[in-house]
Write a protein of this length. Structure first.
Length: 122
């Protein structure tokens, strides 16, 4: 599987990754890190006992980690959680809605991680 095929499988934005990271070698390095850095797991864990500051920090970290390699949908989903819990912002989502959005993140991340593991195996 090529890096472009991976992006097609996981609904990533390969062109965005190229604009930011400039070369396949760096894209490959960043995409391989995603399943190992724990940033998504940290957000999902933070959602189990919603503490606003922790949710903001974990979501904000995930947003950046996903944006650079062109995982736009995951980045946007994390951004929505980050803005929901950004200090000074009024809450607009109920706790069940936040839980639902975290479940959507978990599902998409699962698909993405499966694709990355498949890519890593060659």
């Amino acid at each position: 599987m090529t890096i472009q095929e991976l992006y097609s499988e996981i609904d990533g934005d390969y062109e965005q990754a190229v604009r930011v990271l400039r070369m396949d070698k760096l894209i490959d390095k960043q995409i391989r890190k995603l399943t190992k850095n724990g940033v998504v797991d940290a957000l999902l864990d933070a959602g189990k006992s919603p503490e606003p500051t922790e949710l903001f920090e974990k979501a904000h970290a995930m947003k950046g980690v996903c944006a650079n390699p062109g995982l736009v949908t995951l980045s946007e989903m994390a951004s929505e959680i980050a803005e929901e819990f950004r200090p000074g912002n009024p809450r607009t989502l109920s706790d069940p809605e936040v839980s639902s959005k975290l479940a959507e993140i978990a599902a998409l991340y699962g698909k993405t991680a499966d694709g990355i593991r498949k890519y890593e195996q060659g």
